[in-house]
Design a protein around this ligand. Structure first.
Ligand code: PHE
Ligand code: ZN
Length: 867
């Protein structure tokens, strides 16, 4: 059993500046599948106490040589433990040479140096560099790297690392390349890739007129599929210049796509490494959602060049300094590319689906955690998505100009250094002269605040009084919470749905921004001439749960005509949620409002597609205690069927009016039309699945792109029976040699809400194409089942839980980082009704009791149980 009680957590309060600086690092790699030699030469300078020993971190390294200023150190001159190499009594300035041997072929953690499809590649964030060579592997040790790579010419024609290529050559069977990165960087941004790769090349001319070579490296034969990523990269580079004034700084920017990768992608300086699923796309193999994610992840990793690389993090507690900010930047970029209203709705859906449950359960942690066992476990929705929301609020309250000045100040003041969240907030203080310290509470306090608005309207005085209060629930190890600043964008409508004026700061307006800083306050709106419909938290101006007591008719008024598209969608969602969770809830009035929305010619297709989607079962689970997954599934299905029946004729007519497009374009407008057509198909199938079989089959077989093909296939998964199986067989036959598409084939089956899926997933993990060592393939079954199929995952038999527990334990033996991410599925077990609660608890207990469990899984499973 993994003893979480004896493992020693790392604490923010223990932070100490490093005792040694390493201004220069030279690395030489002799690449070999099982015996790679790494020789490191460090120029080291003491910065701390004169008696401090030099401590270098290293894991699974075989030390071959150690020389201090050219003199070989004998074993009595240092101590070696499984996690570090300690050298006492070193001088104040010296050169250290370290030589180790590592085995990349055997490394299935996909961290450090490993092999993917016969190529060498690296992943060093957060603590992977220590699996390559001994080093003070912490983000506040920045060094200038020169890297020499040597490998056989055959099989490894490309030798890549960070920065600029300064030398290359060959002798007999091997060749070498020397790379120099002029920008000091922490070890987590180091990367190398060696192997056979095709390249797509382009260039970009920066705002100051420099030409940057752009190269995307992919599997042989795949370079055409990198075209969209290249386009997204160029748009990102331009956008960061225009929006943040940030220019790229090297003469070369490279991206490499690999099949085996634990996360999405990695921002290594000048050499991003991507999960191939977030890079390769064409009409036949990628869906619109894939294109959208490629665009945003390419942007995200590129934007890290400033928010993360030029200004990095002092320690891993500050992770959201780079991640929250960079997510906010990529969301803004995507909004500019594809439309802000739709982008905001998608971002909030994601926040609520992933971050809110995390914040409400035993794994809740602040955006800046106070302690951790494995930092890998903190690449969470809280750090990323809630972190982005905080930056968004700072922009909302300060305004665009102030925000830009603060960010300029932040980048310019901290360029080339490792910074903290306090530094980030200080930049806002520096440019405004105001106190931003209250915002720190958002970073250090876990839990989602509830915002309550109680309204009283005095018709005679034409006055609306809003009593506003906030409360943040207790979370593990944080019982008491202080109020946080909450920006509330608020507008009024008449009961007929027209914008309604009120007086704010002496002006007549229809919308204003308020800032709640206390636990309670009162906002008085004058000049309100009729009973108002309150449209609060427009654009989701703060990541909170809003409670607003209002008649159902007011929500319908917002559903029909809130000028704020986010709140229009929100009104529909909250109505649907209430109606579905009410066993007597009827769909007729909802169907009327949705019909009006779907037939409104002024609204765009992407918005209509979003508003036609009902809250997911996971959304609904958050509003019901105790959670009864079978009730939620049945009620949602019944409500959807009733809604669909009421709208059937309209849906069919609208579907027919949106013919499939002959030529594919991934642009937002075309994607929006496809999304709407596919949402309509989903409604038609929900109205009467057997009757819609032929339509779904035609949709699938006539599809000219993967988006339509996948929606046809998932429509058929609802029809089930032979029509579904035939389509699956057809799909497999067509795409069996396309790994990224085959992942979708696995995922659609794992997510099918039919009881038969319990036996199907057990069969899928014995399929010849299944491979647990490839995270994409594993997640296409395990994650798709645990996260996207609540009805079956939560089957009363407990078989779904047992299956996922088995999968976590299998993968934990070789890839703890990826295995641990699935613990989240059991996170909220205490909120579930029996027998789920006990069955989930038993699954967690079985995991925790397993011999040889990793620190990663041990930390999360232990926390989930302790709750
Ligand atoms: N830093 C990566 C990002 O852009 C995420 C990542 C973390 C990737 C750790 C791999 C390993 O968000
Ligand atoms: Zn990132």
């Amino acid at each position: 059993m993994y003893r979480t009680d004896i493992a020693r957590p790392i604490r923010l309060t223990d932070y100490r500046a490093p005792d040694f600086a390493i201004p220069e690092t030279q690395l030489a790699f002799d690449l070999h599948p099982t015996q790679t030699r790494v020789r490191a030469t460090y120029r080291i300078e003491r910065r701390g106490a004169t008696d401090a020993p030099l401590v270098l971190l290293g894991e699974r390294l075989s030390l071959k040589a150690l020389r201090l200023d050219g003199v070989e150190l004998t074993p009595d001159a240092y101590t070696l433990s499984p996690e570090c190499l300690t050298i006492p009594g070193v001088p104040d300035r010296f050169t250290l040479e370290v030589e180790v041997e590592i085995n990349p072929q055997e490394n299935k953690t996909l961290e450090g140096l490993y092999m993917s499809s016969g190529r060498y590649c690296t992943q060093c964030e957060a603590e992977g560099f220590r699996k390559i060579v001994y080093f003070p592997d912490r983000p506040d040790v920045l060094s200038k790297y020169t890297v020499r790579l040597r490998a056989p010419k055959a099989g490894f024609p490309r030798l890549l690392s960070n920065g600029n290529l300064i030398e290359s050559g060959d002798d007999a069977n091997t060749h070498y390349a020397v790379w120099e990165d002029p920008f000091p960087k922490p070890a987590y941004l180091f990367a190398l890739v060696a192997g056979e790769l095709d390249v797509l090349e382009d260039h970009f001319i920066t705002m100051s007129g420099r030409t940057v070579a752009l190269k995307i490296f992919v599997d042989p034969g795949m370079s055409a599929r990198a075209a969209y990523a290249m386009d997204a990269l160029k748009r990102s580079m331009r956008w960061d210049e225009e929006t943040y004034g940030r220019e790229y700084d090297l003469d070369l920017f490279m991206i490499v796509a690999v099949r085996d990768f634990n996360f999405g992608a990695m921002e290594n300086k000048g050499l991003n490494i991507f999960n191939a699923s977030l890079l390769l796309a064409d009409a036949q193999t990628a869906t619109d959602l894939d294109y959208e994610r490629i665009e945003s992840v390419v942007a995200h990793e590129y934007f890290h060049n400033w928010s993360g690389n030029r200004v990095t993090c002092r320690d891993w507690f500050q992770l959201c300094l780079k991640e929250g900010l960079t997510v906010f930047r990529d969301q803004s970029f995507s909004g500019d590319q594809r439309g802000h209203a739709v982008q905001r709705i998608k971002d909030v859906k994601m926040l609520r689906a992933r971050q809110f449950p995390e914040d409400a359960g035993p794994l809740a942690h602040p955006v800046r955690p106070a302690a951790y066992l494995k930092i890998d476990n903190f690449y969470t929705a809280t750090i990323y998505e809630k972190g982005a929301e905080i930056v968004g609020m700072l922009k909302t309250v300060g305004g665009a100009d102030t925000y830009r000045r603060a960010l300029d100040h932040y980048f310019d003041t901290h360029d080339g250094t490792a910074a903290t969240l306090e530094d980030f907030l200080s930049s806002f203080e520096a440019v405004t002269g105001q106190d931003f310290s209250p915002w720190l509470k958002w970073y250090v306090q876990a839990g989602t605040p509830t915002l309550t608005i109680k309204a009283t309207y005095d018709a005679a005085a034409q006055r609306l009084t809003l009593n506003v209060s906030q409360i943040t629930p207790p979370t593990p190890s944080q019982a008491h919470k202080a109020p946080v600043p909450i920006p509330v964008r608020l507008g009024l409508l008449s009961e007929a749905g027209a914008p309604l004026r009120f007086v704010h700061a002496g002006e007549s307006v229809t919308e204003a921004l308020f800032l709640l800083t206390e636990a309670n306050t009162q906002w008085v709106l004058e000049g309100v001439t009729q009973t108002p419909v309150i449209s609060a938290l427009r654009g989701f101006s703060a990541p909170v749960k809003l409670t607003l007591d209002e008649p159902e008719a007011h929500r319908f008024a917002r559903f029909r005509g809130d000028p704020d598209p986010f709140n229009r969608w929100e009104a529909a969602q909250s109505l649907a949620k209430a109606l579905i969770l009410d066993p007597q809830g009827a769909a007729a009035a909802y169907a009327e409002a949705l019909r009006a929305t779907l037939t409104d010619p002024t609204l765009d297709a992407a918005f209509k597609a979003l508003i036609s989607g009902l809250p997911t079962e996971m959304d609904l689970a958050q509003s019901l205690t105790p959670v009864d997954p079978a009730f939620i599934h049945a009620r949602r299905k019944a409500f959807k069927a009733e809604l669909a029946a009421a709208l059937k004729a309209d849906a069919e007519a609208l579907y027919a009016a949106l013919p499939a497009e002959a030529t594919f374009s991934p642009d937002a407008a075309s994607a929006g039309r496809r999304a709407l057509r596919n949402a309509l198909l989903d409604l038609i199938v929900a109205a009467d699945a057997p009757a819609a079989t032929a339509l779904a089959q035609t949709h699938y077989h006539k599809a000219s792109n993967m988006t339509d093909q996948m929606s046809g296939l998932s429509a058929l998964s609802q029809v089930h029976g032979t029509a579904y199986q035939d389509a699956l067989d057809d799909f497999y036959a067509r795409f069996k040699s396309e790994p990224l598409v085959l992942d979708k084939w696995f995922a659609v089956q794992a997510a099918c809400a039919h009881r038969e899926t319990l036996t199907r997933v057990r069969a899928l993990v014995t399929h010849p194409d299944f491979d647990r060592k490839v995270p994409n393939r594993w997640r296409s079954v395990a994650q798709a089942f645990a996260a996207n199929n609540p009805a079956i995952f939560h089957d009363v038999s407990g078989e779904g839980y047992a299956f996922i527990a088995d999968e976590i334990l299998s993968v934990d033996r070789f890839n703890p980082m990826t295995a641990a991410r699935l613990i989240e599925a059991f996170g909220g077990f205490k909120r579930y009704a029996e027998p789920h609660r006990s069955l989930m608890q038993a699954a967690l207990e079985r995991i925790v009791a397993t011999e040889g469990l990793s620190k990663n899984v041990g930390e999360l499973a232990g926390k989930a149980l302790a709750g």
